[in-house]
Write a protein that binds this ligand. Structure first.
Ligand code: NAP
Length: 347
């Protein structure tokens, strides 16, 4: 009972926190936003463009939808007023659409190799794309689709792009940032899979879908914490790549389109009363990206570094974090041999 009450308090405290319009300049920066074709990703991409980024790459599985988003951003940059109004430096922004399907390891590999070949710098990687698939077990690359999309491919991409981000930091003398979008839902799972000998094997065919989205979002928090520690250990002077997780709060997006109608019905009232617009929610992502060293390894909850769930910071959570990391690294090595060495490598 007390646990539920503290969860509810935590949710409302975060949800009702005002989020200021982002003002950090991204002049000259190159930014990748996964799922930049719609929802929070599109609004974050619009902010980056408005704030002067030189290149904003929308990484999308539906290129036509990405092209529509690009046209929409370009159109809004020429508007005379409002939060989408152009900053003086936004005139030079180039918005690009690159295909990326996180359900396919081939697609992730191709995207990252293209980035290595074509980008002279990469300052911000906003891993925003995710799927919430509550009532049917769909598989991709041998794992349940939410785990493939929201976890395995997400970190395959992060690790593949780390060398470019480390080089950017060293050459340009800047801090580069990886923000993985998580959710308050990470605190809602019982994470029964942690009691099995191989956690990721529980996400294979025939697996139980129940709580899977929240489990995937918990895995994101655990893996980012471990990645931050390992990046620090590899650069005693301080890692040039800041990694964190962001919670945008409850937002009026298409994310919930596949949940059962009863759950949608229950969500409708809080969504109507306190759900954030996409633009407001995207401010929480921008705040995490701008969070700096203080946010390294941390959970940035509606714009502020905050405690993740009690499980994450418990002794058990720390032990499970190492297990999850070791298992994930084994999987990623199987997909791209040598990729895990990118964590410890100097620029
Ligand atoms: N909305 C909320 O209340 C809320 C709360 C907490 C956290 N979040 C998180 O915020 C992030 C953005 O979600 P949203 O609310 O903006 O939902 P959304 O509108 O459904 O956006 C999700 C994005 O991810 C993309 N995506 C899904 N599967 C993909 C794949 N296999 N490959 C490439 N892209 C893929 C989608 O592309 P398509 O357009 O092709 O489907 C879409 O662009 C997610 O990480 C979500 O978990 C949202």
């Amino acid at each position: 009972m007390l646990g539920l009450l503290s969860l509810a308090l935590r949710f409302f405290r975060s949800q009702l926190r005002p989020l200021p319009v982002p003002t950090t300049s991204y002049a000259g920066r190159t930014v990748i936003v996964t799922g930049g074709n719609g929802g929070l990703g599109l609004e974050a991409a619009r902010h980056f463009a408005r704030l002067g980024a030189a290149r904003v790459i929308l990484a999308c599985r539906r290129v036509d939808s990405g092209e529509a988003a690009k046209a929409d951003i370009e159109k809004s940059l020429s508007l005379p007023s409002g939060s989408g109004s152009p900053s003086p430096s936004s005139a030079g922004v180039v918005v690009e659409v690159w295909p990326l399907d996180l359900c396919s390891f081939d697609s992730v590999r191709a995207f990252c190799r293209r980035a290595e070949a074509e980008l002279s710098r990469l300052d911000v990687l906003l891993m925003n794309a995710a799927v919430l698939n509550a009532d049917c077990v769909e598989m991709a690359e041998g794992y349940e689709v939410q785990v493939t999309t929201n976890v395995i491919s997400t970190f395959l991409m992060v690790l593949m792009l780390l060398p470019l981000m480390k080089r950017t930091a060293a050459k340009q003398n800047v801090e580069t940032v990886v923000t993985v979008v998580s959710s308050e839902a990470h605190s809602l799972t019982r994470f029964a899979e942690k009691d099995q000998p191989r956690i990721f094997e529980c996400f294979r065919p025939g697996s139980n879908i129940y709580e899977r989205y929240s489990t995937a979002k918990l895995l994101d928090v655990l893996i980012v914490r471990e990645l931050a520690e390992r990046l620090d250990a590899a650069s005693p002077g301080g890692t040039p790549v800041v990694v964190n997780t962001a919670n945008p709060g409850l937002c009026r997006s298409r994310l919930f389109r596949d949940i059962p109608s009863f759950a949608r019905f229950l969500l409708a009232v809080p969504m109507f009363l306190i759900g954030r617009t996409l633009e407001q929610g995207s401010r929480a992502l921008m705040a995490a990206v701008a969070g700096g060293r203080e946010s390294h390894g941390q959970y940035v909850d509606s714009g502020r570094v905050d405690m993740p769930s009690p499980f994450v910071v418990s002794q058990e959570g720390k032990t499970v974090q190492k297990r999850v990391w070791d298992e994930l690294m084994e999987i990623l090595e199987g997909i791209v041999p040598g990729v895990t060495a990118n964590v410890g490598q100097a620029p």
